[in-house]
Design a protein around this ligand. Structure first.
Ligand code: IPE
Ligand code: IPE
Ligand code: MG
Length: 253
């Protein structure tokens, strides 16, 4: 077993909702003289480690960016391996998620996926629907702009059907139709792989998230690396627009 990056007696503020841009698979493989897809395959082990660690620490929601709406632009062969891998992992891991009382869901526009893959996703979501220890959301063919546009369309439908007036529309109305609306607000957004950008991930949901960037490539990001990110979150002062003095007057941190 790997040593924990967290002290056993530490009273940590654990984020309720963590999202991860799992980046750097291709470079990890290329550094080893392998093809990019080898990196994706090795990344699966990191997914397992992070899911288990999040569950252990008491994180309530974990959201993983697996495939962006822009990733279709990659070479056809790489896209096809990613789809096969998704299918394989779903088949293999869902029982374990269920056993660990984890609810699984996919966010994103899955209409472009094969019938077989959509059926697998549906089965996994149905099987785990009533689990309540943690929610694992996998973002597949997901784009933050798509998410917001999709919510706007749904609000417009409500107006069209006279269920809602223009004056009733506010940020909460829109929020109700965005992905992850039923989960705690996003607290921590991690990106591995050394780039400092959001790549069209959770644009709406990341409004007040803390950001954590690391050079580590995704296949190297395991339990300890995740715990380091959690420990960093614990050190942040979240002011939500207030002053530091105000925040300290209301907490005894
Ligand atoms: C992230 O790793 C995984 C996906 C986007 C599916 P990359 O494949 O982007 O790896 P790098 O960034 O090229 O190293
Ligand atoms: C973001 O990584 C998408 C996923 C991790 C799934 P990319 O590697 O596709 O991001 P860009 O294109 O370099 O910004
Ligand atoms: Mg990348």
């Amino acid at each position: 077993m790997t040593e924990s990056a967290l002290q056993a007696d530490e009273q940590l503020t654990v984020p309720q909702h963590v999202a991860i841009i799992m980046d750097g698979n291709g470079r990890w493989a290329q550094q080893r003289g392998k093809t990019r897809v080898v990196g994706h395959k090795n990344g699966v082990e990191s997914v397992r480690a992070v899911v288990a660690t999040a569950r252990k620490l008491g994180v309530k929601a974990l959201t993983l960016f697996a495939f962006s709406s822009e990733n279709w632009q990659r070479p056809e062969q790489e896209v096809s391996v990613l789809m096969d891998l998704f299918m394989f992992v779903l088949t293999k891991e869902v029982k374990k998620l269920h056993k660990n009382n984890i609810r699984f869901q996919v966010i994103g526009d899955i209409s472009r996926f094969s019938d077989k893959l959509r059926q697998k996703i549906d089965d996994a979501q149905t099987l785990t629907a009533n689990n309540d220890a943690m929610v694992l959301s996998v973002a597949a063919n997901y784009g933050g702009r798509w998410d917001i546009a999709n919510a706007a369309k749904k609000v417009a439908e409500q107006v069209q059907q006279n269920q809602l007036t223009l004056d009733e529309i506010n940020e909460h109305t829109l929020d109700q139709y965005t992905s992850l609306t039923d989960l705690p607000d996003l607290d921590l957004l991690i990106r591995t792989g050394g780039d400092y950008r959001i790549s069209n991930f959770l644009l709406w949901q990341a409004a007040y998230a803390e950001f954590y960037f690391t050079e580590e490539l995704w296949p190297d990001f395991k339990e300890q690396a995740f715990e380091k990110a959690i420990a960093s979150f614990d050190q942040r002062e979240r002011r939500f627009g207030q002053t530091s003095e105000q925040v300290n007057a209301t907490t005894d941190k």
